[in-house]
Design a protein around this ligand. Structure first.
Ligand SMILES: [Zn+2]
Ligand SMILES: [Zn+2]
Ligand SMILES: [Zn+2]
Length: 429
């Protein structure tokens, strides 16, 4: 399961100073209903009502600095209080709580707040960073920022699903840590992968041109930083939630026996490629490599689906196609909280028509499909396992529900299976 990785230059984060902060007295009904916040993906400034992105650090309209509070799952306009030597931050209009910014805010890679009285300099997402890029090298700051955007989005969902995120300080052997590593000077490539709680993401993957080159050479329809994070965290949760748990048996029933030799399976995949009929049972060609990879790929897709449905719900996205015979079947509205769904069925029911619409919109812009994958009944069953696993309800998925009827929106446009020669290509676990 392991592999050799080259350690990059570790950065020790020193004390930092704040930029200018504004303060003004907001007039806003505060606080909003916290339950409402937990299912919202859209954010707005509570001072001026301007709509915000999750990653924003300053409100473009009123100029307030913005800080994200993980326990609320919400982004707030904040004000600095106290004197220069001993200052802290409060949500504008709410003096009940005080915060610090995560130490990584000084590098403009994190906008999360931590409670002022909490130990440690880092937020709940950044406390897992073990190696970050050497910022003395030009360009690394931007690559790191892109890496953190993906990582924070991953953490949004992990927090929402209340999945365990144990730091190394609490589990020296298998606590969750991230290594963002540069390729060494000797021409070798850092391998993206997971090993006993340690997730390595090659920094080169944050470079769009390099990642696209790798995507093409690996014959993949989709390759993103966020996809890497969601795949590798899938391995972490296999270790945490399956390996030593009652879920192991049902997991093997669903994904196959993980005791088959991993290295040999990987070698076989890179030598022979995926079997010709892989699309019937696997969400990607890489998922055919080994049950661990199938699990991680399916886990990543579950998070893709959950996050995108949540965003669609927040925007009130609904599809009601006109002028086609199957209009009813392709109509959908995300009128439920995806993270609270009791089974995979409503997610799949909403997801398939939505992806047909989203793929069509992308094609209208001359771009590739937003979701270039086909979900078959077998793959939906695997997604159901992941849903039940993360909700602590293994066995809840029943495949005979009407929503689970096999349905693939645009299979005829899927490119034919390839049998690539992967010799010498990057390997992943
Ligand atoms: Zn504002
Ligand atoms: Zn942080
Ligand atoms: Zn993997």
């Amino acid at each position: 399961m392991g592999h050799a990785i080259t350690r990059g230059t570790s950065i020790r984060v020193a004390a930092f100073t704040w930029g200018s902060a504004r303060s003004s007295a907001p007039v806003y009904p505060f606080p909003p209903d916290p339950h409402e916040l937990r299912v919202m993906k859209l954010f707005d400034c509570q001072v001026c009502c301007h709509t915000l992105y999750f990653e924003n650090t300053q409100c473009e309209k009123c100029g307030h600095r913005l800080g994200y509070v993980a326990e609320d799952q919400d982004l707030y306009a904040v004000v600095r209080v106290g004197d220069t030597a001993d200052h802290h931050w409060q949500i504008a209009g709410d003096e009940r709580r005080t915060f610090r910014f995560c130490a990584n805010a000084q590098y403009d890679v994190c906008n999360w707040l931590t409670p002022f009285d909490q130990d440690g300099n880092f937020c709940t997402a950044c406390r897992h960073n073990h190696t970050v890029p050497n910022l003395a090298k030009p360009g690394n700051a931007e690559l790191w920022r892109l890496m953190e955007i993906a990582k924070h989005r991953l953490f949004y969902t992990l927090i929402e699903l209340e999945l365990p995120r144990v730091p190394r300080s609490e589990d020296a052997g298998q606590g969750l840590v991230f290594e963002f590593l540069e390729d060494p000077a000797d021409g070798k490539k850092v391998m993206t992968g997971h090993d006993d709680g340690s997730i390595t993401i090659a920094l080169a993957e944050a470079d769009d041109a390099e990642r696209e080159k790798r995507r093409k050479s690996m014959h993949e329809p989709y390759r993103t930083l966020l996809g890497h994070f969601r795949h590798e965290i899938g391995h972490y949760y296999w270790d945490r939630l399956v390996r030593d748990a009652p879920a192991l048996g049902p997991c093997r029933d669903t994904f196959g026996d993980d005791r088959t030799d991993y290295s040999a399976a990987l070698q076989k995949h890179y030598r022979d490629g995926a079997p010709p009929n892989w699309r019937e049972r696997y969400v990607s060609a890489y998922a055919t490599t080994h049950p661990w990879e199938d699990f991680a790929e399916t886990f990543a897709h579950y998070l893709h689906i959950l996050d995108t449905l949540e965003t669609a719900r927040a925007f009130g996205v609904a599809t009601h196609p006109r002028g086609i015979a199957e209009a009813d079947r392709l109509s959908t509205e995300v009128d439920f909280a995806p993270d609270k769904a009791t089974s995979i069925a409503p997610l799949v029911k909403a997801w398939l028509p939505l992806t047909f619409a989203l793929n069509s919109l992308n094609r209208s812009m001359g771009m590739g499909d937003l979701y270039p994958f086909v979900l078959t009944p077998t793959i939906i069953e695997k997604l159901g396992f992941i849903h039940d696993l993360v909700h602590g309800s293994i066995g809840a998925t029943k495949l005979d529900q009407p929503e689970m009827k096999p349905y693939a929106p645009v299979p005829e446009n899927v490119p034919p299976p390839t049998s690539p020669n992967f010799a010498g290509a990057e390997q992943e676990r």
